[in-house]
Design a protein around this ligand. Structure first.
Ligand code: SAM
Length: 293
């Protein structure tokens, strides 16, 4: 274990000696507790606090600055939903990039598309990827796929050097604090637009529509100024507080609502299928009203 610390954000030993992770959601005046069976890794990197733990309910979990990011039990939902909608909407995706690497789950989903020639994964913090390789997916043969290129840079700076390059860009950003703060700034959306080819599609992780609705709203508003097609969609991630989670798709030409879903690579999947692909764009009224305000 690198840089051992005495206590990490959110971890608490109870009187009965049990270890719990408490994820604080200040917007709701609420904390969600995860019982920790074993703390496997913890360190303070140059960018954030990184820990990996075995939890009682969700299996192995990657935690950054006290916030759960991905788990071995329900991570498939997030990884499939951030990647397949754009990949199946674009008729022939060749160049794919993602900002935010972590355990590289979305890159493994992108590999399922034969037309994809290159997958650039831009991650600010190499320590996260290294820790995930040891503790999260050490057995994954997919990690050796020659199409994947890891780039250890700040995505905000990196994207400013890309013009008209990518068919698909997945913004797998963490919450808007720490190293990910810049990935929510208005100019970032313009840089994403400019880095895409003329038929390009981007997808942004956009948080909870219930307790961080300003993120969803801000993402949609910024993208509507730039793209002709902007569509939020939802999925349910049991690990995340409140369950319901949003992504926003922004496209220059192709709409997922008219996509040929025979392209969707879903035979392996545990969450997405053609019906769910279509249904994920149907929004409850409280989200529709929020976006129309
Ligand atoms: N889906 C991923 C997985 O399978 O593990 C989880 C990715 S996690 C939501 C977000 C990742 O973005 C973290 O690994 C974090 O270090 C990285 N990140 C945060 N800010 C960044 C930035 N400015 N540039 C590039 N990566 C960043």
């Amino acid at each position: 274990m690198a840089n051992k610390k005495r206590s990490l954000t959110g971890y608490q030993k109870e009187e009965n000696d049990e270890l719990w992770l408490w994820d604080d959601i200040p917007e709701l005046g609420m904390e969600v507790g995860y019982k920790i069976d074993r703390l496997l890794h913890y360190e303070q990197s140059s960018y954030q606090e990184i820990s990996i733990a075995d939890t009682r309910s969700f299996g192995r979990m990657l935690i950054l600055d006290g916030t759960p990011q991905i788990t071995s039990k329900d991570g498939f939902i997030y990884n499939e939903m951030i990647s397949h909608i754009a990949l199946a909407t674009c008729p022939m995706p060749e160049n794919v990039a993602m900002i935010g690497g972590g355990d590289c789950g979305p890159a493994r989903e992108a590999m399922r598309y034969e037309s994809v020639k290159r997958i650039d994964v831009v991650e600010i913090d190499q320590r996260v990827v290294d820790a995930c390789k040891i503790w999260m997916t050490q057995d994954s043969k997919d990690n050796a796929d020659g199409r994947v290129h890891l780039i250890y840079r700040d995505g905000y700076k990196w994207i400013q050097e890309q013009t008209n390059v990518y068919d698909i860009l997945l913004i797998d950003r963490s919450d808007p604090y720490g190293p990910a703060t810049s990935l929510y700034k208005p100019p970032f959306y313009q840089y994403v637009h400019d880095s895409l080819t003329k038929e390009g599609i981007a997808v942004f992780q956009a948080g909870s529509p219930y307790y961080s609705s300003h993120i969803l709203k801000g993402t949609v508003k910024n993208l509507q100024r730039l793209f002709p097609i902007v569509l939020p969609y939802t999925c349910t991630v049991p690990t995340f507080p409140g369950g319901i989670w949003c992504f926003v798709l922004a496209s220059k030409k192709w709409s997922p609502l008219q996509a040929d879903l025979s392209r969707l690579q879903w035979t392996h999947s545990k969450y997405i299928n053609p019906d769910l692909f279509r249904a994920s764009f149907i929004l409850p009224n409280y989200i529709k009203r929020l976006l129309n305000e």
